[in-house]
Ligand binder design. Structure first.
Ligand code: ADP
Ligand code: MG
Length: 700
C-alpha cells in the first residue's frame, strides 16, 4: 500500500465523527454529540435515525450482520451475530435495523462468568449501547460497543465500571478546576497502551500442546542463546515480521486504531506495538480489538501471535505499559506543569492526587493486574516488582522535597517554592524517563503503569486508577471548598500530602533485593506476590467503601468479581497442571522409554561384538535417564494428587491458596526433571520442538 493511501483507509470501517457529521441530519448529529460529550440521554427518535443511517452505511460497506460487542469477565470480547434481514411480503428480504436493536440487546447471560450474581439474580442479561465508543465493521458485521449487565443492573463486564470510574473522576476533577476558576465541560482520562507480544512459526506452535492449551510453554530446556546479547531489542526487523506488521497496521488503521510505533523487544521473537493515546474507554475497546486482530493477522502469515505474559521461561515475558493522564475537553493535560505559578499549583495538586491514590490503594492497583500468567513476571527481575511505588525523577522529587520542608529549591535556579509565586521548570523526558524498573513512573506529562501483563484488559487497572484518584480529588475538594484563604490552604494541603505519602516515592532500582527489604520492612508497603495473595484485598473494607462511595461498583459486584478472578486463576493453573500430566504420560515418558531401550540394545550389541567397548557415553546416559524417569514418575504422581486435592475445597479462596502453595511448586519440580532429560536426548527423538526451534523459528 502506498503512503498516500493511509489517510484514505484510516477509519474506513468506523462509524466515526466524520461519517456521523456527513450522514446524519444536523439535529440528529447535535443530539448524538450531546450524548457522547455530556452523557445526555438519547431520545428514541434520535436512536432510530442513527440506527437507520448506521445500517445503510454498514450495508454499503459490505456488512450483512450486526452484533452488540461487549467485554464479559472472561477477559476476551463477546459477540452474537444477527443478520439485518427481515422477510418482505413479496417473499424476499429487506435489511432492517431498529433504534431499539441499536440501544439494547438481550443475550443469554447464563454462560458468562457472574461470580454468584447468577444465583441470586436472573440468568438474563442485557447489553446497552455505549455511544462514546464508535461502532465499526469486522468480518461483515456491524459491531456496536456495548456495556453488559444483569437484569437487575449489576455489571457483568469491564466496560460498565470503567465508564463509572471515568464519571467519578470527571465529577471530582471538575470540582477542583472550579476552585482554580475554570469551568470545563468534562475531564477525561486518556490512555496509550504499549502492547508486547511474541511471534512464532505456526507449525512450531501447533506441535506444542502446552502452547495450544495454555498459551505458554510448560516444559523446555534453555537454548544455547537467549536474550543475553541484547541483539534483538530495537534490532532490524525480519522481512517476514515486517510483512506481518504492515498487514496488521493496515487492518488496525481501517478500524480507526492509531497504530504508531513498532519495534523488536528484548527477548528473541518478541515485539511491541504502541498506538497513539485516546480516551480511556476508546483505548480499552481498541486494545481488545487490537489483540484480536494481532492474532488473526498472524494466521494469515503462517505465524502465531502469543499474548501470554510468560510464554517462555528464561527470557523476558510480555507486559503492557498503561500511559495515563487526565485532560479537559479543551485538551489541557492536567499532568502537564504549567507556565504560570497558578497553573503550577494546580499541576502539583493533581500530581499529589495521583501520589496519594497510588499509596492509599496500592493493593487495588496490584490486584488489578493479577492473573496466573502475570504472576510469572512481577518480581522476576524482568518486570516491576509486585511492590507498587511511584517514580518521579530527581528534579520533581527535589521540588516536592523543598515544598515539604519549606526550604528553597536548588534546581536550575535557586527559588523558594512558595506555591503561587514561582514557576516550576518544565520537566524534560530525559530527566523523568530513565528508570525502567519502576511500576508507576511519571514520564513528563503522564504516568506510566508498567505492571500490566500483555493479555490483561486495560479496563481493570484504569478502573482502579480513576476511582482512587477521584477519591484523593474528592478529599481535596471537600477541604478546599471550605477554605477561608484558598492559597494558604492549598499550600498546606500539598505539603501535608507530600509528608503523608512520601513513602510511596522511590527513584531507585526496583529490581534490587534491598528494595524489597526497605519497601516492606521500613516503609510498610505491601508486597502481594501472587494472585492468590492480592485478589482477596478487593474485599477489604477501605477498598469496598471507596469503590462503592464513588459508585464504581456495588458490594455485590465486588464479591462477584473477586470470586471470578480467583476462579480464573485456579482454572488456568488447573488446565496447565493437567496439560503437564498429559504431556508427560503420553509423550515424554514414552519417548524417554523408547530411547532407553535403544541405548540398552546398543550397549548390549556393542559389548557382544567387542569386550573392549566401554560404552561410557551410552551407559552413563542410560543410567541418568533411567533415574530421571523414576523421578518424573514420582513428580507426575505428586502433581496428579495435588490436582485431585483441589476438588475437595469448598471455597475458591482455599482452592487458590492450594494452587499457590501446592500445585504450582509441584509443576515447577516436574518440569525441572523433564528439562534435564531433554538435554540428554537426541533432538530427533524428543517429542516436541525445543526452545531454540520455537524462539528462532521466524527466519527470512
Ligand atoms: P515510550 O514510553 O516507549 O518511550 P512514548 O512515551 O512516546 O513511548 O509513548 C508511549 C505511549 O504513551 C504512546 O501510546 C503515547 O501515545 C502515549 N502517550 C503520550 N502522551 C500521553 C498522554 N498525555 N496521556 C496518555 N498517553 C500518552
Ligand atoms: Mg513506555
Amino acid at each position: 500500500m502506498s503512503m498516500s493511501k493511509v489517510p484514505e483507509i484510516f477509519g474506513s470501517l468506523v462509524f466515526d465523527d466524520r461519517v456521523m457529521r456527513a450522514r446524519l441530519s444536523a439535529e440528529v448529529y447535535q443530539s448524538l454529540r450531546k450524548t457522547i460529550d455530556e452523557n445526555a440521554d438519547l431520545e428514541e427518535e434520535i436512536a432510530q435515525a442513527v440506527a437507520s443511517e448506521m445500517r445503510d452505511w454498514a450495508v454499503e460497506h459490505g456488512a450483512t450482520h450486526f452484533t452488540h460487542w461487549f467485554q464479559p469477565l472472561t477477559g476476551v470480547t463477546a459477540e452474537k451475530h444477527d443478520s439485518f434481514i427481515t422477510p418482505s411480503p413479496d417473499g424476499g428480504v429487506i435489511m432492517e435495523f431498529s433504534g431499539k436493536e441499536l440501544i439494547k440487546g438481550e443475550p443469554d447471560a447464563s454462560s458468562f462468568p457472574s461470580g454468584g450474581l447468577r444465583a441470586t439474580f436472573e440468568a438474563r442479561g442485557y447489553t446497552a449501547w455505549d455511544p462514546t465508543s464508535y461502532a465499526f465493521i469486522k468480518d461483515h458485521t456491524l459491531c456496536i460497543p456495548t456495556a453488559f449487565c444483569s437484569y437487575s443492573g449489576d455489571a457483568l463486564d469491564k466496560k460498565t465500571p470503567l465508564l463509572r470510574s471515568m464519571q467519578a473522576l470527571n465529577r471530582q476533577a471538575k470540582r477542583i478546576l472550579k476552585l482554580f476558576g475554570k469551568e470545563v465541560r468534562n475531564v477525561r482520562t486518556s490512555v496509550g497502551p504499549e502492547q508486547e507480544y511474541f511471534l512464532i512459526d505456526r507449525e512450531m506452535f501447533e506441535k506444542r500442546p502446552d502452547l495450544v492449551y495454555t498459551g505458554r510453554t510448560l516444559f523446555g530446556a534453555m537454548p544455547p542463546k537467549g536474550q543475553e546479547l541484547d541483539d534483538h531489542y530495537f534490532g532490524a526487523i525480519k522481512p517476514r515480521v515486517i510483512e506481518y506488521m504492515e498487514d496488521l497496521n493496515n487492518e488496525l488503521w481501517k478500524l480507526g486504531i492509531l497504530a504508531k510505533t513498532e519495534h523488536n523487544e528484548v527477548a528473541p521473537a518478541q515485539h511491541e506495538l504502541a498506538p497513539i493515546y485516546s480516551s480511556t474507554n476508546v483505548a480499552t475497546d481498541n486494545n481488545q480489538l487490537m489483540m484480536e486482530i494481532m492474532r488473526k493477522v498472524a494466521g494469515r502469515h503462517g505465524l502465531t501471535c502469543l499474548l501470554h505474559e510468560k510464554p517462555f521461561a528464561g527470557v523476558n515475558g510480555s507486559g503492557k505499559h498503561n500511559n495515563w493522564s487526565m485532560a479537559t475537553d479543551e485538551g489541557v493535560n492536567l499532568l502537564s506543569p504549567g507556565d504560570t505559578p497558578h497553573e503550577n499549583a494546580q499541576f502539583l495538586l493533581f500530581l499529589c492526587a495521583v501520589i496519594q491514590a497510588v499509596d492509599d490503594y496500592q493493593d487495588l492497583l496490584r490486584l488489578s493486574v493479577a492473573t496466573a500468567g502475570n504472576d510469572h513476571r512481577l518480581g522476576a527481575n524482568e518486570a516491576p516488582p509486585a511492590i507498587i511505588s511511584v517514580f518521579l525523577g530527581d528534579e520533581l522529587t527535589a521540588i516536592l522535597e523543598a515544598i515539604k520542608n519549606d526550604v528553597p529549591y536548588e534546581g536550575t535556579e535557586k527559588v523558594t517554592m512558595k506555591l503561587g509565586v514561582h514557576a516550576l521548570p518544565r520537566f524534560s523526558r530525559d530527566t523523568t524517563d530513565r528508570n525502567r524498573t519502576s511500576p508507576f513512573a511519571f514520564t513528563g506529562n503522564k504516568f506510566e503503569f508498567r505492571s500490566l501483563g500483555s493479555s490483561n484488559s486495560i479496563a481493570c487497572c484504569n478502573i482502579m486508577l480513576n476511582a482512587s484518584v477521584a477519591e484523593s480529588l474528592k478529599q481535596y475538594a471537600d477541604r478546599l471548598e471550605g477554605a477561608e484563604d484558598f492559597d494558604s490552604e492549598l499550600h498546606d494541603l500539598i505539603r501535608e500530602t507530600i509528608q503523608a505519602h512520601e513513602r510511596i516515592l522511590f527513584n531507585g532500582n526496583g529490581y534490587g533485593e534491598e528494595w524489597v527489604e526497605e519497601a516492606t520492612k521500613v516503609r510498610g508497603l505491601s508486597n502481594l506476590k501472587t494472585t492468590a495473595d492480592a485478589m482477596p484485598h478487593l474485599l477489604d473494607r477501605k477498598n469496598m467503601d471507596m469503590l462503592t462511595a464513588h459508585k464504581v461498583f456495588t458490594e455485590t459486584e465486588l464479591h462477584s468479581r473477586c470470586e471470578i478472578m480467583l476462579e480464573n486463576y485456579c482454572k488456568t493453573v488447573n488446565i496447565e497442571g493437567h496439560t503437564m500430566v498429559d504431556m508427560v504420560r503420553k509423550n515424554y515418558l514414552p519417548a524417554i522409554e523408547e530411547y532407553l531401550y535403544s541405548l540398552a540394545r546398543t550397549i548390549s550389541t556393542m559389548q557382544s561384538v567387542s569386550a573392549k567397548a566401554k560404552c561410557n557415553y551410552e551407559i552413563s546416559t542410560m543410567e541418568r535417564l533411567s533415574e530421571l524417569t523414576d523421578y518424573i514418575l514420582e513428580r507426575v504422581k505428586d502433581l496428579e494428587e495435588a490436582l485431585e486435592e483441589l476438588k475437595k475445597y469448598d471455597s475458591v479462596l482455599e482452592t487458590s491458596e492450594a494452587v499457590r502453595d501446592d500445585v504450582l511448586p509441584k509443576m515447577e519440580h516436574l518440569r525441572k526433571h523433564v528439562d534435564e532429560a531433554e538435554m540428554l536426548m537426541p533432538e530427533s527423538v524428543w517429542p516436541f520442538p525445543s526452545y531454540g526451534k520455537l524462539l528462532f523459528s521466524v527466519n527470512g
